[in-house]
Design a protein around this ligand. Structure first.
Ligand code: DON
Length: 310
């Protein structure tokens, strides 16, 4: 893999895609996110058999945002099994924006369409087991630290406060799901856990390590620890492939050919199964909530190195 690609070529790809950021904007609906510099773009690649390679602005910290939905799904499936989780959330792409409410009322049994949109992720958060929100959060954070191989990962309190202050649409969705029995426990605790998980601070190196774990069937590369059952990894990768980029999931699957999950802070976690994990940051996002330069960089990278699965 060492001469498969090199840092210089990666660097060139980043520079070629940087200008695309002008067509996007930094998210502002959560005030704390709007301080990000739209011009930034960085990528880290963690091959399963080789050393990580980085190019561009990989030192940047940013919040996980919706990428945390991938992690929550792994933990909820481990805690509850497939049957229980998929009785509360579906597995179909929504074709709707990430914060959409409308379908919740009309779909059968009011089950959110998938775990990658906000409603589905809040339902998934309500299934994570633990004695208190603090303990549930600590459990998920410890898992993230392990799979990212970084004990320094922590929550960004400013982002968390900002999420709490502006999260009324998520509250509306969660209370609706409480009324329909999708959320059975304490609705405020499910929301609090969801907000906290969105506010975890990472770099694109952390994302690439987490993606490498997903590319390696649930084993942290370089160890023999099967932390998550391989069937869960397959399910999570599949759901990312069909729904990870919201109402741009079809186009993203076509252009990049690999499972990927975005967040409004501009991060993208992408998985090339059996090959590598990829982490990207590009804070300028398009109207669908995906990093505009990041997505183009990912599709160039995938094409150049033949990662398309189909
Ligand atoms: O629920 C929210 O509004 C955010 N905390 C997460 C949304 C998000 O990242 C959507 N992504 N593109």
């Amino acid at each position: 893999m060492a001469d498969y690609f090199n840092a210089q070529e990666l660097h060139q790809m980043v520079e070629e895609n940087r200008r695309v950021a002008h067509y996007g904007e930094v998210a502002s609906y959560i005030p704390e996110l709007q301080h990000a510099d739209p011009e930034r773009l960085g990528i880290t690649v963690v091959p399963l058999n080789g050393k990580p390679i980085t190019a561009g602005d990989c030192h940047l910290d940013f919040s996980l945002q919706s990428i945390s939905k991938v992690i929550s799904l792994m933990v909820a499936l481990s805690d509850n099994g497939f049957e229980r989780v998929f009785s509360k959330v579906g597995m179909e792409p929504s074709g709707e924006p990430f914060n959409s409410i409308s379908k919740l009322e009309t779909v059968e049994n009011h089950i959110p369409l998938n775990p990658m949109i906000n409603s589905g992720a809040i339902a998934v958060a309500s299934l994570i087991k633990g004695e208190s929100v603090d303990l549930k959060f600590e459990k998920v954070l410890e898992f993230i630290k392990k799979i990212a191989k970084n004990q320094g990962i922590t929550i960004n309190d400013k982002v968390y406060r900002s999420e709490m202050e502006t999260g009324d649409r998520n509250r509306a969705v969660a209370y609706f799901m409480k009324s329909t029995g999708i959320i059975e426990g304490n609705v405020d605790e499910a929301l609090d856990l969801y907000f906290r998980l969105c506010s975890i601070s990472v770099t694109c190196h952390d994302l690439a390590q987490m993606a490498a774990f997903l590319a390696n069937d649930g084993i942290v590369p370089g160890t023999h620890d099967q932390l998550i059952d391989v069937e869960i990894i397959k399910a999570v990768n599949t759901i990312m492939f069909t729904a990870g980029m919201y109402n741009e999931s079809g186009e993203s699957a076509m252009r990049t050919g690999i499972p990927a999950k975005s967040g409004v802070s501009g991060g993208i976690l992408a998985v090339a199964p059996g090959k590598m994990g990829i982490g990207i940051i590009g804070p300028a996002i398009n109207k669908k909530g995906n990093s505009i330069a990041g997505l183009r960089l990912l599709s160039n990278f995938s094409r150049r190195f033949g990662l398309h699965l189909l």
